[in-house]
Design a protein around this ligand. Structure first.
Ligand code: DP6
Length: 421
């Protein structure tokens, strides 16, 4: 470590997406290694709208490993952080930075401490899989810093040790988490089924549903399901394997009808498993159920699926529309039933790709008020609108996997002190 006595700081910054499962992971066969009881498939969401950015730094002047999340220092004591750090350090290689005069040898990494700063470009409290983006970004950025030669598949097994669903965020597009057979979990990795360009008609609208309730964490929820739900074991053994094959086929053929049917059915079965858990777990609320109804009624009226819905361990709806036209019709329906509370701005009620508003023909609060009940509404005199039940919507699409941000201006740590900027 030639420059050991100097005050150098070496850094890497990366950005990683979140993902939403269309065939759900729920239940572990090994708690410590985070190995699932069934395979799962997800779509990666556009990092432009939903992602974690992480800067990792190393310097001989750091006296311990430290981490800051959204500007606040957090503890790295947890087993999951420690597993990720240990697994990455084990694979670290020599690093040379001639310009800065830094020479780190493979064996030095065990003694060097790291600083980690991570930031989500969406509200963590919204319950939108922030840990998936975060752990994927941690594994990816540390791998870059430490010159780890492993590919994204192998890195996905490290991200998995942080949070199971994080392994799927190492790739863009459509991703499968293969269960694997190895006792050490080395083959329980993510693989890309198709890239983000394969099926780029799809539009994603997320309804961030207002909720005051503190939800059961995925980790403890799925543990309780494994211990008490017989439906969970039936699902893992008898249902998921064939759904995985059908879903892979639907994605490969861009067969929206099959994709949507499987996505909705699997979300509903996952929530049925939660109800089958003792004591039962309720992740969805009345607003979630109203959104399901809205989509189901519309799909039935059209005689073919226009939109798919899926819900994770919380009340937020992730809606996947067949194309931009259906997405704009969906938005009209959503804004009809769930208008922004009076006095608020439409532009702060729809985040992400706001151009969809124009395509929906809804550009002001006046337009929202003038919306009529959708065609499929049977009794138009009985309709109710639920202002305030959705906090906001995010319009996005399927996106790419992790990327390295070369511009030091985007780093979250100072290149001089290695502390948050
Ligand atoms: C409902 O990955 O958050 O989102 O592995 O314990 O960290 P841990 O759980 P986590 O569980 C995600 C569950 C889910 C479904 C999914 O993403 O497949």
């Amino acid at each position: 470590m030639a420059a050991e006595q100097g005050q150098w700081v070496l850094m890497a910054t990366a950005r990683s997406p979140t993902n939403i499962a269309v065939i759900k992971y729920w239940g572990k066969r090994d708690e410590a290694l985070i190995l699932p009881i069934n395979e799962s498939i997800s779509i990666t969401l556009d990092p432009e709208h939903l992602s974690a950015t992480t800067t990792v730094a190393v310097s001989p002047s750091f006296d311990r490993d430290r981490m800051w999340l959204n500007g606040k220092e957090i503890s790295l004591d947890g087993g999951r952080f420690q597993s990720c750090l240990r697994e990455i350090r084990r694979r670290a290689e020599d690093v040379e930075d001639e310009k800065k005069g830094i020479h780190i040898r493979k064996e030095d990494w065990e003694r060097l401490n790291v600083h980690i700063a991570s930031y989500n470009n969406f509200p963590t409290a919204a319950g939108l899989a922030s840990s998936a983006a975060g752990f994927a970004c941690l594994a990816f950025s540390l791998a870059k810093l430490m010159n780890v030669k492993e590919d994204c598949g192998e890195l996905s097994a490290i991200a998995r040790r942080g949070s199971g669903s994080a392994c799927r965020s190492l790739f863009g597009g459509f991703v499968k988490w293969t269960m694997g057979n190895a006792a050490d979990g080395s083959d329980s990795i993510a693989v890309q089924l198709a890239s983000e360009t394969h099926w780029d008609d799809l539009v994603v609208i997320i309804a961030v549903v207002s909720s005051r309730q503190k939800e059961t964490s995925s980790t403890s929820g799925m543990r309780e399901s494994v211990e008490t739900s017989s439906l969970l074991h039936y699902r893992a053994k008898e249902v998921v394997p064939s759904r995985i094959l059908q879903m892979e086929n639907a994605i490969s053929c861009r067969d929206f009808a099959t994709f949507a049917k499987l996505t909705c059915a699997d979300s509903n079965q996952f929530h049925a498993v939660c109800l089958d858990t003792s004591p039962p777990i309720f992740y969805m609320n009345d607003t979630s159920h109203r959104i399901i109804n809205l989509v189901e009624k519309w799909n039935q009226f059209e005689g073919a699926p226009q939109v798919a819905y899926t819900f994770d361990a919380g009340p937020n709806a992730v809606l996947i529309a067949k194309n931009r036209k259906t997405a704009s019709l969906l938005l009209q329906r959503l804004l009809f039933y769930f208008p922004p509370p009076s006095g608020s701005e439409l532009t702060s009620y729809l985040l992400g790709d706001k151009s969809i508003l124009q395509e929906s023909g809804v550009q002001s609060m006046k337009d929202v008020e003038a919306l009529q009940p959708p065609l499929e509404t049977k009794d138009k005199t009985m309709v109710q609108r639920y202002a305030g039940d959705v906090s906001y919507f995010i319009c996005t699409k399927i996106g790419r996997g992790p990327t390295l941000l070369a511009d030091e201006g985007q780093a979250l740590l100072s290149s001089e002190t290695g502390l948050p900027k």
